[in-house]
Design a protein around this ligand. Sequence first.
Ligand SMILES: NC(=O)c1ccc[n+]([C@@H]2O[C@H](COP(=O)([O-])OP(=O)(O)OC[C@H]3O[C@@H](n4cnc5c(N)ncnc54)[C@H](O)[C@@H]3O)[C@@H](O)[C@H]2O)c1
Length: 262
Amino acid sequence: MGRLEGKVAIITGAAGGIGRATAVLFAREGCKLALADVTPEELNETGNLVAQAGGQAMVRRTDVSMEDEVKALIEAALAAYGQVDILCNNAGVVGQLVGPEDQDAEDWRRVYEVNVLGAVYAVKHLAAHLIQRRSGAIVNTASVAGIRSGAGGNSYSASKAALINFTQTTACDLGQYNVRVNAVCPGLIETGMTKPVFDYARAKDKLWKVGHRCELRRYGRPEEVAAAILFLASDEAGYITGQALPVDGGNTASLNLPGMKF
Ligand SMILES: NC(=O)c1ccc[n+]([C@@H]2O[C@H](COP(=O)([O-])OP(=O)(O)OC[C@H]3O[C@@H](n4cnc5c(N)ncnc54)[C@H](O)[C@@H]3O)[C@@H](O)[C@H]2O)c1
């Protein structure tokens, strides 16, 4: 028996990186999938990988910042499978990396629309179904950037802090219906989102430096975040709700003060 046997999951941002790794892992664990992203070709490729893993997935181009598209995604998943047990709000964008005086309201709006409102819309339109079934698990992909500074621009960090808080408030709203809501907070993971960091480091022959300040002295892999998402989505985490779990090689556990390490 797979750990998600008989369950159905919606995963947004499933065209690559953490979302794709989560889709493939969920499929291996017996979960049926509804996969969403704004990049159809890469999304189809995830669908192919799921099929190769012996799974079943419907893919649907969805911009999570558009409420009507999110609503349609949820309706399509319910029409295809008759139920949804798990929602992974994973789609995300990075904002500008600029100083305080150069911040752009349009950047803040866009980052919030995808990283925060995308999750809000999905919860809004799936909540009635989960409440009616008295069962469900929601896992939001936040970030260590939402816990401490230094891991992203201001708009991105604030959006992830908002997502962590939305995780907590939603967990309180839905706990009485046996619907659990948690977040993962990845540290530095090699994906499309962080490609410029890795490309730059490789070009300068400094890949060893990337992630070096983590306690585990390395960057992470999408599969390592997917494993945490699987745990939180599964019945094994049946008494865990409202939590934001760092998956960051110990990064947020340490102040990492310069000069204090040898
Ligand atoms: N890679 C890291 O180091 C890291 C660290 C912390 C948190 N995260 C978070 O992990 C999540 C997944 O990112 P990733 O690292 O796998 O990068 P990624 O770029 O591979 O994945 C993000 C996905 O979100 C999709 N997306 C963007 N805007 C969208 C929209 N409006 N509607 C639907 N889909 C949209 C992208 O097309 C992409 O496929 C994001 O929420 C990101 O903020 C990543």
